[in-house]
Ligand binder design. Structure first.
Ligand code: KG4
Ligand code: ZN
Length: 353
């Protein structure tokens, strides 16, 4: 029998999803045994799509309205109450400050009244650990996992991270301007497509008959950084030189496919270069842009060619959710993190990995 099972309530409000999840973690060597009991996500997409993007003030108000029912739902779903919890985990940053404050202050109030310790989680650590949920079900040995190269692509970040083992990681490169998801969203805006643009761009890209050939910024640079703002400008200039309106379906499809091909090519090429340089045994992909079929498929194919494992989170774990915050908290505990008292944590919109 596995001993020492801890129950974690995780809360995520860093951007426009109010989310809560309940997980258990058992201290089983050499890999923690983590079970998700519930995961509830209340997305504000409808609210923000009218405005063409996330409005922080509106997001915070919606979090205030939703957080109590969302947390309650997560607990009721698994038949637990606050007294059953061992820890409260919450996203402390990075993210939008008004949004972060709601989750953090709510978690602090819960921790204070129930006298439970709190685990402040870096949102990016949530994305980083999200693909590792599959290690147990795929019956993989820990020795065959690391070093791992992790590509994290979200609306706010683009990073290549070297995971040396289950605990130690190093950021190898980041975007120097727009994040990958942000670039998808901006291209969608140029084409007058609704927010969030990523899913729209990838849907249209699949309809293209003749993808536009766009540049691949920094694909040959000697580092692991990215730049997507020039690619977005190339799309803008291409569009300005067309006689057809931005709403023309075939034009939209060809631009979306061309943009996606370029972005995916840069992301995959640099990730696989890191795999070779660091002799990685696995590749993982996470963050909202991991919902992109083309990126997932290309990275999977390239990983297979190099005979390395490939991990991508299941559907509900790709875009923002609280389950990944609970997973990261579970790994933090497993790696020796000492939980805090409610008055020892505060939100930090620029928290770095
Ligand atoms: O990780 P996430 O939910 O939030 C942040 O932490 O930023 O990522 C959201 C981003 C948005 O920019 C959205 O357009 C993008 O993920 N996204 C996609 C797809 N689905 C979501 N980008 C490309 N293709 C998709 N299918
Ligand atoms: Zn995220």
């Amino acid at each position: 029998m596995t001993k020492n099972i801890k129950t974690i309530l995780a809360i995520e409000t860093s951007c426009d999803e109010t989310a809560a999840a309940v997980l258990t973690v058992a201290d089983k060597k050499p890999f923690p045994q983590i079970k998700t009991l519930s995961s509830v996500i209340n997305s504000q997409i409808k609210l923000h799509s009218k405005m063409g993007g996330v409005v922080p003030e509106i997001a915070a108000r919606a979090h205030i309205k939703n957080i109590l029912p969302v947390v309650k739902h997560a607990l009721v779903t698994c038949n637990l109450s606050l007294t059953d919890l061992d820890y409260i985990a919450v996203t402390a940053g990075p993210g939008l400050m008004p949004s972060l404050i709601v989750g953090v202050e709510f978690a602090k109030a819960l921790a204070m009244t129930t006298n439970k310790p709190i685990i402040p989680v870096n949102h990016m650590l949530g994305h980083l650990y999200s693909p590792l949920k599959q290690v147990e079900s795929r019956k993989l040995k820990v020795e065959s996992l690391f070093p791992m190269i992790s590509l994290i692509v979200s609306g706010g970040h683009t990073m290549i991270v070297l995971m040396e083992d289950i605990k130690n990681y190093k950021v190898l490169g980041e975007t120097v301007d727009d994040a990958a998801g942000e670039a998808f969203d901006k291209v969608a805006k140029l084409l007058k497509l609704p927010y969030p643009g990523g899913p729209e761009v990838s849907r249209l890209a699949e309809q293209s008959e003749n993808p536009v050939d766009f540049p691949r910024p920094m694909i040959n640079s000697k580092n692991y950084n990215f730049s997507f703002s020039g690619l977005k400008t190339a799309v803008l200039y291409y569009l300005q030189n067309q006689k057809l309106p931005a709403t023309n379906y075939q034009l939209q499809a060809n631009i979306c496919a061309g943009f996606q091909n370029a972005a995916v090519d840069v992301l995959v090429t640099k990730t696989m270069r890191a795999v070779k340089e660091f002799g990685a045994k696995s590749v993982s992909l996470s963050g909202g842009v991991s919902a992109n079929n083309s990126l997932r498929e290309k990275l999977k194919v390239e990983s297979k060619k190099l005979k390395v494992n490939f991990f991508v989170p299941e559907k509900g774990l790709r875009t923002d959710n609280a389950e990944m915050i609970g997973l990261a908290a579970a790994f933090m505990l497993y790696n020796g993190f000492k939980p805090k008292k409610y008055n020892q944590i505060k939100p930090d919109s620029n928290l770095s990995l």
